[in-house]
Write a protein that binds this ligand. Structure first.
Ligand SMILES: Cc1cc2nc3c(=O)[nH]c(=O)nc-3n(C[C@H](O)[C@H](O)[C@H](O)COP(=O)(O)OP(=O)(O)OC[C@H]3O[C@@H](n4cnc5c(N)ncnc54)[C@H](O)[C@@H]3O)c2cc1C
Length: 269
């Protein structure tokens, strides 16, 4: 949709426009990224079209029995993951944390209808006048773009042990992630935190080193394509989402793994 009046973000105009489009096209599902603008506009749209909204989802799926959208998000202070459905209102609306899903392979056979609409000028009249826009901090961190993320947890025991995680990440040309307690202990900066109150990552490979696998951590990495977990406790929750689990002492396993991968890398022509 194009109009000079949409150049600067105006939540009042955008929410009214979206609600008109929803009434006209009657979609079953409306989704937006849980970015600053998505989080601002979608609740207002939901109120205008008289439906509900599940904010900040970490998972979405379709109920095969009735086609309902199953909207999963942390609840009760992040201590449980609740799955919410909207059986009697349409559209079903949700915002989803950026990078929750990996981009699917492009499929040229699939097509969607694209409507190029121009809203009438009268629509741009608003009690809200945006004065100017300034670029803010990026809403995604570098770890969210990495193909490989190696994350360290409290099992590292001391801040300088993060070197092990950094060395393994370097061999794999990956980024360094962390669990919340290590960030709170100031072993590493917040931009590295993976999880509910940190970043969501969906790398091809996620390696969890000395991380127990609390649901708040899983909320930030469980959609990774391939998960490797290194933990000395065979009952650790992280093994439930791991494709490969290495049970043992990380101080033994991680340097050996980094050494072996480095030797293989050097031997490559
Ligand atoms: C509202 C809320 C939001 C939260 N947000 C986040 C978030 O964004 N991200 C996050 O990570 N957490 C978050 N948490 C905290 C979360 O509940 C856990 O406390 C945290 O993830 C645990 O971190 P950890 O796995 O590093 O530490 P621990 O739970 O202490 O686990 C350490 C693990 O290391 C293993 N270990 C110890 N020594 C060794 C060794 N030598 N070799 C191998 N393994 C070893 C242990 O077996 C253990 O499994 C949040 C909590 C709440 C309530």
């Amino acid at each position: 949709m194009n109009h000079e009046g949409l150049r600067l973000f105006n939540p009042d105009v955008e929410s009214r426009l979206l609600s008109v489009l929803i009434r006209r096209f009657t979609p079953e599902i409306v989704l937006a990224a849980a970015t600053t603008s998505g989080r601002t506009v979608l609740p207002a749209v939901a109120a205008l079209v008289n439906t509900g909204l599940t904010a900040d989802c970490t998972g979405l799926s379709i109920d095969p029995e009735n086609g309902d959208l199953l909207q999963t998000r942390p609840a009760i202070g992040g201590n449980v993951l609740a799955t919410i459905r909207t059986p009697s209102r349409r559209p079903q609306m949700a915002t989803v944390r950026p990078r929750t899903f990996r981009l699917p392979q492009e499929d040229p056979a699939r097509e969607g209808a694209v409507f190029r609409l121009v809203p009438p000028d009268a629509f741009m009249t608003s009690p809200v006048t945006p004065l100017e826009a300034e670029a803010g901090e990026a809403e995604t961190a570098p770890i969210q773009d990495a193909e490989v993320v190696v994350s360290g947890g409290k099992g590292l025991k001391r801040p300088d042990a993060f070197r092990l995680v950094e060395d393994l990440a370097a061999v794999l040309d990956g980024a360094v992630g962390a669990s919340r307690p290590t960030v709170e202990a100031k072993w590493i900066g917040y931009s590295h935190q993976v999880g509910l109150s940190g970043r969501v990552v969906t790398p091809r490979v996620y390696i969890a080193v000395g991380i127990s696998g609390a649901i708040q951590h899983l909320a930030g990495m469980q959609t990774s394509e391939f998960v490797v977990a290194i933990n000395r406790d065979p009952e650790a929750g992280i093994f439930r989402v791991a494709d490969i689990g290495l049970v043992g002492d990380l101080f033994d396993i991680v340097p050996r793994l980094a050494g072996a991968l480095s030797a293989r890398k050097e031997a490559r022509p």
